[in-house]
Design a protein around this ligand. Structure first.
Ligand SMILES: [Zn+2]
Length: 60
């Protein structure tokens, strides 16, 4: 068994534990995220979160 995890953008907060609850959808691509449905705020999957981080870094 391995402990592989998604690479997270620098400075990104760690997703909260879902406790087995359903995952919220990514606001960009509708893929399941690591966030629970009860999470208040924008939920993005690791891939979109990474892309957003890159965009932010490039726009100055
Ligand atoms: Zn996404």
């Amino acid at each position: 068994m391995s402990d592989e995890v998604y690479p997270t953008p620098a400075g990104a907060p760690a997703p909260p534990e879902t406790g087995g609850a359903p995952y919220a959808e990514c606001v960009l691509c509708r893929e399941p995220t690591e966030y629970p449905e009860s999470y208040r705020g924008v939920t993005m999957c690791p891939r979109c979160a990474w892309q957003e981080a890159q965009r932010g870094a490039c726009s100055g």
